[in-house]
Design a protein around this ligand. Structure first.
Ligand SMILES: [Mg+2]
Length: 166
């Protein structure tokens, strides 16, 4: 396996992952982080653009499934219900049990899945450990949280390594 902290692909946002590109890569399942990947920390519900993207995935017969570490009891279920998609919350990334559960529930093998997320040390590391191609996106908003800024800085070498790989 490649170095486990380096993503297979780097994208600006989830919207760069078009159904056509996913289909041609043999992808039938998109596992996605929630916070700062599908939605900012400040918002509670899916944006119109996200709803359109999800409908386009539906039309291409590609499943969307959230694998989130969120510990807030209602955030992930409420968001995913609004988008009509399943979720694993409290997934314990970079542990692989949340990824396994999503694969089991959908019956889709890891090679037909990707994981898209904004964090190297949870999303990318976990997906690589689970044998799932990892796509790193830019966080939607770092905001004013200083810890998030420090973490983003620590992730920079791996973001760049993923970019070079592309
Ligand atoms: Mg995130």
């Amino acid at each position: 396996m490649a170095f486990p902290l380096v993503p297979a692909h780097v994208a600006g946002s989830i919207f760069d992952l078009t159904p056509e590109a996913l289909r041609s890569a043999g992808i039938r399942l998109v596992l996605a982080d929630l916070d700062n990947t599908l939605v900012s920390y400040e918002e509670r519900l899916p944006s119109p653009a996200l709803r359109r993207w999800k409908e386009a995935l539906d039309a291409a017969d590609i499943r969307l499934f959230v694998v989130s570490n969120s510990r807030k009891s209602r955030r992930c279920p409420d968001f995913c219900a609004a988008l009509d998609i399943p979720c694993v919350r409290h997934a314990g990334k970079p542990g692989i049990s949340g990824f396994r559960r999503a694969l089991e529930e959908t019956g889709i093998p890891p090679e037909a899945a990707i994981m898209v997320g904004d964090q190297i040390f949870t999303d990318i590391w976990g997906a690589n450990r689970a044998g799932i191609r990892a796509v790193l996106v830019k966080p939607i908003a770092i905001g004013k949280n200083p810890l998030r800024a420090v973490r983003y800085a620590a992730e920079t070498p791996f973001r760049l390594a993923g970019k070079r790989r592309r």
